[in-house]
Design a protein around this ligand. Sequence first.
Ligand SMILES: [Zn+2]
Ligand SMILES: [Zn+2]
Length: 275
Amino acid sequence: MDIEVALHRWGGAARTWQLHRSGVSDGDIADAVLSGRVIRARKGVYIENRRDPVGIAATHGGALTCVSVLATLGIWLLDSQPEPHVQLGRKGRKHKHPRCRCVEHYSAERTRFGRQSCADALIAAMQCLTTEMLFVAFESAWHLGLISADDRRRIITEAPQRLARWLRRTRGDAGSGLESLFRFRLLREGITLECQVHIRGVGRVDFRHGQVLFEIDGREHHDGDEAFHRDRVRDGAATRAGYRTERFDFAMIVHNWPQTLAVVKAAIASSDWRI
Ligand SMILES: [Zn+2]
Ligand SMILES: [Zn+2]
């Protein structure tokens, strides 16, 4: 097998024995390093690229993990963390390198290279993310089909009790990270809304309580004149069906939560009063 293909299959970083297993000879490795097609991170460890996160993690001494993996998989994270999070094994030694700002994680297993699985990255992220952000990342991974039912059970088993209680309340149908965040923050207040409800004449709405609909406008789908118009048409349909619509955007949920919560509480109170 071509060494670049082999390296890619091993997740962007591999030891000599792994390359051997893929049918790459010592001569092929030496030629590839000499011509610059692959890079020798250090003795016995080869990488595709010194600047990509997997290459940096291998240079540091382990596999890419935690939020660094979640970010590459497109999982919703509120803050981007540019420094690579690296999983070092039981006997893993860290190797300082120029411009090293790596965040280290340790496991009882042997050192590996490449990229950890989504489930393992979520388990590692229990050390770096808040309960809220882990809840959101878990729902996002589930929605994207990146964690199986077995993975979910394993992650919950590995979680400390307080976090596990929250993870048991996650769902796989949240339409966006922002929706997950909204739901988490309401659950924390003891408020449970119906989720992903189909309303005749309107379609699927994010949340409902009584005669009030709550729609979350993530930045992805609600920008531009066309989306603005579409939302107005939808709100009109909801009004005809006897509903009132409250809309919340990124800034309202993330940066102005107290006011958003007050609006939700007032809307629930008015809906209950009308019943
Ligand atoms: Zn981390
Ligand atoms: Zn480093």
